[in-house]
Design a binder for this molecule. Structure first.
Ligand SMILES: Cc1cc2nc3c(=O)[nH]c(=O)nc-3n(C[C@H](O)[C@H](O)[C@H](O)COP(=O)(O)O)c2cc1C
Length: 286
């Protein structure tokens, strides 16, 4: 059970904790009044009250002193650096055959783990695969699922109705067939020879699992770019995960929840010296 106390000796009643608490648990009747508490049981343990307090006066059972750290704002990247990082992040699929250093993989996962989650649920889990035989199995499961799906869609008894059951299914056949043909022809059309794959998953019961996982993905992908590690989103694997009711990939990797995102990772054979413009920005302002 979460407990919160205010150290009345040290609290300077600045009300910052009151202003940042998303659950309105911390209260202050008047500008210089003591900080009060209500409905502590609704605390989502985001830690804002603890992190904002200038005098360490919020005593929160979830955040003992060893979990509270001083942020060094001096080393934050400038807006120009953040923008350049966004420009530099590409899905580079030209890989070296060397593995991704373990400390890089750790930092990539750590960055993903720092991403925000709905209601501060923090239910996102990560599964990192570097074993070559498992990487091969991931690609094979994906291709086998695609083959089964194409067979179903093109079945003359099902085909006339398939778009009513799964909108857009017929249109997916040429793309899926091309990927299957490429893979069966000997190319790794799914993981492109990547040396690691990071799967991001949440419990089946998570209401915002997909959103939480993809926010984690983007944090992790920006960290990968800043470390000089190439990544791309394993969209094909994720489509196959959604198609496969038997959950073969989840079973292979002992994942009990839902896999929402996957990141193929490898060291790049070279880097992109340029960036190109995206389509024109579509922005509406009211
Ligand atoms: C949801 C999603 C799924 C993707 N799936 C794949 C994939 O399965 N294989 C692949 O090589 N690239 C995949 N990509 C990478 C996109 O092709 C790539 O992001 C896009 O071409 C833009 O290039 P950039 O990432 O270098 O800016 C995927 C990207 C996203 C966002």
């Amino acid at each position: 059970m979460i407990t919160i106390d205010i150290d009345k000796e040290t609290c300077i009643k600045c009300s910052k904790c009151v202003k940042v608490c998303p659950a309105h648990i911390l209260t202050q009747e008047d500008p210089k009044a003591e900080i009060g508490l209500r409905n502590v049981q609704t605390c989502i343990a985001c830690g804002h009250c603890v992190a904002v307090c200038p005098t360490d006066s919020v005593i929160h059972s979830e955040f003992p002193a060893q979990k509270v750290h001083v942020l060094n704002r001096e080393i934050l990247p400038t807006p120009e650096q953040v923008m350049e990082l966004c420009r530099a992040r590409r899905s580079n699929r030209a890989f070296l055959s060397s593995p991704v250093p373990e400390e890089y993989l750790q930092q990539i996962v750590e960055a993903g783990h720092l991403a925000p989650t709905a209601s501060n649920g923090q239910e996102v889990s990560f599964t990192l695969v570097t074993k070559p035989e498992l990487l091969k199995q991931i690609a094979d499961i994906t291709i086998n699922t695609f083959e089964k799906t194409v067979k179903k869609i093109t079945n003359p008894f099902i085909n006339p109705f398939i778009n009513l059951i799964v909108p857009g299914a017929k249109e997916a056949v040429p793309t899926l067939s091309a990927v299957i043909a490429k893979h069966r022809g000997g190319a790794d059309a799914i993981l492109r020879g990547a040396k690691a794959v990071l799967f991001i998953h949440t419990p089946i019961s998570s209401n915002f699992g997909r959103q939480d996982a993809n926010l984690a993905y983007q944090n992790a992908s920006l960290m990968a770019e800043s470390l000089g590690v190439s990544q791309f989103y394993t969209g094909y694997v994720c489509i196959a995960v959604d198609m496969d009711k038997k959950r073969k990939l989840a079973k292979l990797l002992n994942i009990e929840g839902t896999i929402h995102a996957g990141m193929a990772l490898s060291m790049p054979a070279f880097k992109f010296p340029k960036y190109i413009d995206r389509k024109d920005l579509d922005l509406t302002i009211f």
